[in-house]
Design a protein around this ligand. Structure first.
Ligand code: UDP
Length: 553
């Protein structure tokens, strides 16, 4: 295997000399261990010690040079899950001179991304924690291209979704376990360590109950770009591309349009929908659409994505398979079903995904509120929701509870008991929430993003004042359109003006359609007003305020 890695692509002698002379070099981004990614020349890994090694020499570089703070608590997070103490990265230090007493290093010529997968057995974790972050980390560093080598250091086996990780680069990813096959000392010529957290939208509840991340930095656009490229690499032709685009005549639209259909994503081992056939019939009847089912147990992942990428609605029990909503076309609806006593508001990884700005998906949740329609599994192992290992009293308390109280991840027995229930879906109540929750009939929209261009600053803001009487004054504010507006077709352009009397801590906001306005109400003579003006496109796209105006009446 070491042959495969270094084959003719590296001058071994030169590499060894460089390592001995220059040692390891590290330059990182990020102020904190939680937002850090480091780039290394000649980072080594000692498989015997299971440690990364930094070789010091006269020309080695270590930025940031944290001294012992490097261990408080770590240099960086190796997974995209923030500050998890099982995911820390650090290295040992050795003088380059020690190389003389060590096994001969094997050099890895590929540019390498070294990271941890967080939970490669679970599809939500695979996409949210690993694939999206790795994809965009690779976009951040140009040399992490299709030839890059990924190395997964969390120590797990390939797992059921390894083929998805293979899509990230043209080279086979390496597992920690495999590194020892390359020899006792392995040196990565060029490597990056750590993952960008920019694309993650959910925190799993390690320190506070699970929920959307506080400061989400990703939009549907980036998720969709990722989805598109993953589909290309899976050799899936998006349904949207195959649908012929007419020139707008109804006939042509009709020809180009495929049939709308609904997908039910079914789970076959746990958290079952007990009346799936009835559900499918009811949906077909209600929406007059074909209903297809998919399941991870019965189909290839690519074929599931192919189906989902053309669906108008996706129904599923809460669960990791719902992350595939990221392959839905714009305009589609996600309908997430929750078992008895589980509050949909508290478990929102898929709602948050569907609601990312620019995802253009509708989202509706339904919750089983009829206890007679739930089937519990108290006798199963604890990790599938069994509770028989608990004290009798605690078992009874859990069994009569109607709502799982807020809890932390990941072993709360009441949560596991409830989330692993099977459910007989009450059709009338489901149709009721759909009627209420769906704003428009879900359907596959043309692959066109809603405009997301923000207004620039308004230009040449000015004010003029006049005093009418001892208790009467006027304030006229005018401005010009933002510079970028002349290049845009915007449905609705409005301006917002804030007027604040100097020294007061409140202000009066006004929304105006025109480019000037004379204020006379609440305007006092011989007073200084601070005036801010900004432009707003389509009610929600806010521009920046122009420099504040000081207007003295
Ligand atoms: N899974 C599945 N069918 C099942 C049960 C689970 O395909 O009947 C998949 C699920 O989508 C996830 C993995 O197996 O990728 C682990 O499921 P688990 O119930 O542990 O996690 P959850 O879905 O609650 O995140």
């Amino acid at each position: 295997q070491s042959q495969e890695l270094s084959e003719g692509r590296i001058d071994y002698h030169a590499a060894l000399l460089a390592l001995q002379e220059h040692g390891t070099r590290m330059v990182c981004t990020g102020k904190m261990h939680t937002d850090r990614i480091c780039r290394f020349d000649y980072l080594c890994y000692c498989s015997e010690a299971e440690e990364f090694v930094f070789f010091y020499s006269n020309s080695s570089v270590m930025l940031p040079n944290l001294g012992p703070r490097r261990f408080q608590p770590a240099l960086l997070d190796l997974s995209s899950v923030e500050d998890h103490n099982t995911q820390y990265f650090n290295f040992l230090e050795l003088p380059a001179g020690a190389l003389k007493f060590m096994p001969k290093p094997v050099f890895v010529p590929d540019v390498t991304l070294i990271m941890n997968r967080f939970n490669p057995d679970n599809l939500m974790h695979v996409f949210h924690d690993d694939l999206l972050p790795a994809f965009y980390t690779m976009k951040q560093y140009l040399d992490l291209d299709d030839e890059a080598r990924l190395v997964f250091m969390e120590g797990w086996g390939e797992g059921p979704y390894f083929d998805l990780y293979r899509l990230l680069s043209g080279k086979q990813p390496l597992l920690k376990e495999q590194l020892k096959n390359f020899g006792k000392l392995m040196c990565f010529t060029k490597s990056y360590v750590g993952l960008s957290k920019m694309t993650t939208w959910y925190q799993y509840g390690f320190v506070q109950p699970q929920g959307p991340k506080a400061n989400i930095l990703v939009s549907g656009n980036e998720v969709r770009q990722f989805a598109k490229i993953m589909m290309e690499r899976m050799n899936i032709t998006g349904q949207e591309d195959t649908a012929k685009e007419g020139d707008g005549t109804e006939e042509e639209q009709e020809k180009g349009k495929r049939e709308d259909y609904i997908v039910v994503f079914s789970r076959s081992t746990t958290r079952l929908i007990l009346n799936e056939a009835e559900l499918i019939m009811a949906l077909a009847q209600e929406f007059q659409m074909r209903v297809l089912t998919v399941s991870l147990e019965e189909q290839s992942f690519a074929s599931i994505v192919q189906v989902i990428s053309g669906a108008s609605m996706l129904f599923s029990m809460h669960g990791a398979q719902l992350v595939t909503a990221l392959f839905l076309p714009r305009g589609a609806a996600v309908v997430e079903l929750f078992p008895y006593a589980v509050n949909p508001e508290q478990y929102t990884p898929y709602k948050t995904l569907a609601s990312l700005p620019g995802m253009d998906l509708q989202y509706v949740s339904w919750r089983n509120s009829m206890e007679e329609n739930t089937v519990t599994h108290p006798d199963r192992p604890w990790d599938q929701g069994g509770i028989v290992h608990l004290e009798k009293e605690e078992q009874e308390r859990i069994q009569v509870s109607k709502d799982v109280p807020r809890h932390l991840c990941c072993r709360n027995p009441e949560w596991l008991y409830r989330i692993y229930q099977d459910t007989l879906v009450d059709i009338p109540s489901l149709l009721e929430v759909l009627k209420e929750g769906l704003k428009t009939r879900p359907s596959v929209k043309k692959n066109k993003a809603a405009s997301t261009v923000h207004p620039g600053r308004v230009r040449e803001p000015q004010c003029q004042t006049s005093v009418q009487a001892t208790n009467e004054a006027k304030l006229t504010v005018s401005w010009q359109i933002p510079w970028n507006l002349k290049f845009l077709k915007v449905r609705e352009v409005k301006y917002e003006v804030w007027i604040q009397e100097q020294g007061e801590n409140t202000y009066m906001p006004y929304i105006l359609p025109q480019l000037n306005y004379t204020f006379s109400e609440n305007i006092k003579p011989f007073t200084t007003y601070l005036v801010w003006v900004r432009c707003i496109f389509n009610k929600s796209l806010l521009g920046p305020f122009a420099d504040v105006l000081m207007c003295r009446t």
